[in-house]
Structure formats: C-alpha cells, structure tokens
Design a protein around this ligand. Structure first.
Ligand code: FES
Length: 255
C-alpha cells in the first residue's frame, strides 16, 4: 500500500451523474489489481475525514482511472476538480479478483461496473479473454458511454437495460442467464446487493464458481473503524475493506 500525491489529468462526464477521473498516480497504477480500491482525498490536505473509497476502474502507463457517480457532497466535490489539482491517494487496498483458468463471465450493474474494465484487461492479458461481459444499468444513457472502453478488451459485450433502451431488456442476472454459462465457468460480478444475491443464487444452482465485489460504506479502508463489517457464513463477521471487497460468493450469506 502506498500513500502518494496524485495529479488530476482530466475529468470526463459520461452521463448526467457519472464521471471518469483520470489521475497521474504511477505508484498505485503499477501495483493495483482488478477489484482493489483506493482512498482518495477530496482536498490537498491529508484529512482522513475527506477521503472516499473508490474501486479502480482502470490503470495503464502510470495513469489511474476512477469511475464514480455523484451521490453526495464528497462525490459532488470530486466532479469539480481541475487538471493539475493534486489530491492525496492511499492504495491499492483490499483483495481483488482471483483470475481462474476457466471461461469467464463478467457482470456489472450500475456503478458496480467500475472495477470491471481493469478486470477485462487482466483477463485479456492472460490469454483468457472474458467469454462475455455484461454491463447492466437502468437505461442506455448509463451503460452505452462505457461500451467503447470495454470493446477494447472483449469481442462479446452485452449491454442490459431495465427499460430496454439498449441491448438486452432486463436485469443483470437475467442477461447472464441468457448467455447460458456452462458449469465449470467462473462469474466475476460487481453491483448492488440484490443483483449479487440473484447472481450468487444462479451460480450455486448451475455449479458455477462466482466471485463478487461487494459495495459497502467505508470510513477508513484499513480495518480500523469496523464500519464495513458484514455477517459471514458460519457466524462472525468479515470486513469488506480487509477481507474483500472481492469474496467467493459462497463465503457470504445472501438471505
Ligand atoms: Fe474501516 Fe473497513 S472501512 S474497518
């Protein structure tokens, strides 16, 4: 884990409320693995109260890319940064996806698509290009702006929208089911809890291995505040920041 001052390269607006932030962060970009996250300070000072957790969307050539939705004061602040601004960065943190030698189905819903672009790159780099990648959202405006970036790493990109305005009309788990993954495949998923629960249930029935990146509020990102604790199978708790954010789906209760 590194603490480095990163420099804003540019900010790109993808939809009414989603953005991509490009940062010069050579230390973290060289070390990060898909599924890991960073704590990014929203001002130049190192005030931990002003740090927010973000999945790493992509990393290449010393550049780190974050994909975020404006949902409150902190992310609204982030959507106003300017090229050249310097921000404190801590990372990479947590446990990412473990790449397995099996046909890979990658599924993201909503802002949960964030870590999947780096995962798509890692799968392609291992000569194990994702068999299919599903990007699911409410409407075309949410998922279509991401398509070009993902096409770079897969020949089989499926957009799924709740309102049917682009691609498959339906939820992420329904889109995955329509692809009919065989037993022995592996599903890598990230998104809201109901989506992950549906995918975990589908994978259990089909005997498909499933890794999920779970969303959680995180204050410290390092195991100190206990704010990200959630129940584990068999009793006790796991900490999303330390034990995750990527888990084997069978390690978590979904009821
Ligand atoms: Fe503080 Fe996980 S975010 S313990």
């Amino acid at each position: 884990m590194l603490q480095e001052t990163c420099r804003v390269i540019r900010l790109e607006r993808l939809s009414t409320d989603t953005w991509r932030l490009f940062l010069a962060a050579p230390g973290v970009a060289a070390r990060v693995q898909a599924g890991q996250f960073v704590m990014l300070g929203l001002t130049a000072g190192y005030d931990p109260l002003l740090r927010r957790p973000f999945s790493v969307h992509f990393a290449e050539d010393g550049e780190l890319v974050l994909y975020f939705r404006v949902v409150g004061k902190g992310t609204a602040m982030l959507a106003t940064v300017k090229p050249g601004d310097e921000l404190p960065l801590l990372g990479p943190l947590g446990n990412g996806f473990i790449l397995m030698p099996a046909p890979a189905f990658v599924v993201g819903g909503g802002i949960g698509v964030a870590p999947l672009l780096l995962l798509a790159k890692e799968l392609a780099g291992r000569d194990n290009q994702a068999t299919a990648i599903v990007l699911a959202g409410r409407a075309a405006a949410e998922v279509a702006p991401l398509a070009d970036s993902f096409h770079r790493w897969t020949d089989n990109l499926v957009l799924a929208t709740d309102d049917g305005s682009s691609g498959f009309a339906g939820r992420a788990d329904e889109a995955l089911s329509s692809l009919n993954p065989a037993s022995g495949s592996v599903v890598y998923a990230c998104g809201p809890q109901p989506m992950l629960a549906a995918i975990a249930s589908f994978c259990r029935k089909k005997r498909i291995k499933c890794q999920v990146s779970v969303e959680s509020a995180m204050a410290c990102g390092m195991g100190a505040c206990l704010g990200c604790a959630r129940p584990a199978i068999g009793g006790g708790y796991v900490h999303v920041c330390l034990d995750g954010p990527v888990f084997d789906a069978e390690a978590l209760p979904w009821d």
